[in-house]
Design a protein around this ligand. Structure first.
Ligand SMILES: [Zn+2]
Length: 254
């Protein structure tokens, strides 16, 4: 049976949306370079030429994706669709208004901006009182256990600590990669040193919801006894309670 080729119009849509970036290169390796490649059929049905079933893949990943040998990595349809959709989002043309806004923000690009730039998958809300004990253990409230999972990332915020789950962290790095790379040399290095270098994965004691924070991070955020956990859409902040009060007073008097 002769199989129908992909209509030219559909091909053009895929090429424009992907800008010839491979969805696996992007999703697995954060690689946003243009790739020699082909349009692949996500459900492996070559006569299903719906736009939703199509994706631009580099030759290497196309082969791997279509291969059914036991050595293949068995890339799944589900992950491919997620990578493709994130890639399209990432590749959307930047309109001038957004560009102006970015230019204005350039000077103050920091970890808050980086987290603001990603989607609100969780829409976390609320604030919680917690404590840090003499063994540097902080208890995460039970309502947040589902969000934090087994391991979390912790890094410096701006006078507080940032905690997020691994998928949000990865998302933050992917979404901001280009932005960080385009920062002037000094700001880029500052960003790496301050926020990314101090980031590390922490195991969560899933029974108690406790995490153990490294002393230098405790010192940085000046955490002692009473702390506040503030939910900010997709991540958590841990504050020294006095600092948080002062911060609130400041924004109220603005
Ligand atoms: Zn690829």
């Amino acid at each position: 049976m002769a199989r129908r080729g992909i209509p030219q119009e559909t091909k053009t849509i895929i090429l424009i949306k992907s800008k010839r970036r491979c969805a696996f290169c992007f999703g697995l390796d954060n690689n946003t370079d243009e790739q020699e490649g082909q349009i692949a059929h996500i459900n492996h049905n070559n006569s299903d030429n719906n736009e939703d079933n199509l994706v631009w893949l580099c030759l290497k990943h196309h082969n791997k994706y279509d291969s059914t040998t036991s050595q293949s990595k068995n890339y799944t349809k589900e992950e491919l669709i997620i990578y493709r959709d994130k890639l399209y989002e990432y590749m959307k043309p930047i309109n001038t208004e957004k560009k102006d806004k970015e230019n204005n923000e350039k000077a103050i690009f920091n970890i808050n901006t980086a987290f603001n730039n990603i989607g609100d998958f969780y829409n976390l809300k609320g604030e919680y009182d917690t404590t840090i004990d003499e063994k540097n253990r902080i208890k995460i409230p039970i309502m947040l256990h589902e969000y934090i999972g087994n391991t979390i990332m912790v890094t410096k915020g701006i006078n507080f600590l940032i905690i997020c789950n691994n998928s949000i962290w990865n998302e933050m790095e992917i979404v901001n990669k280009e932005r960080i790379n385009n920062l002037p040399e000094k700001e880029r290095m500052d960003f790496y040193r301050k926020y990314l270098s101090s980031a590390e994965p922490l195991d969560v004691d899933t029974k108690t919801g406790r995490i153990i924070i490294k002393p230098y991070l405790i010192e940085y955020a000046d955490l002692k006894n009473q702390c506040k956990i503030i939910c900010v859409k997709n991540h958590l902040e841990i504050w020294n309670i006095e600092r948080y009060k002062k911060y609130l007073e400041c924004i109220e008097s603005e």
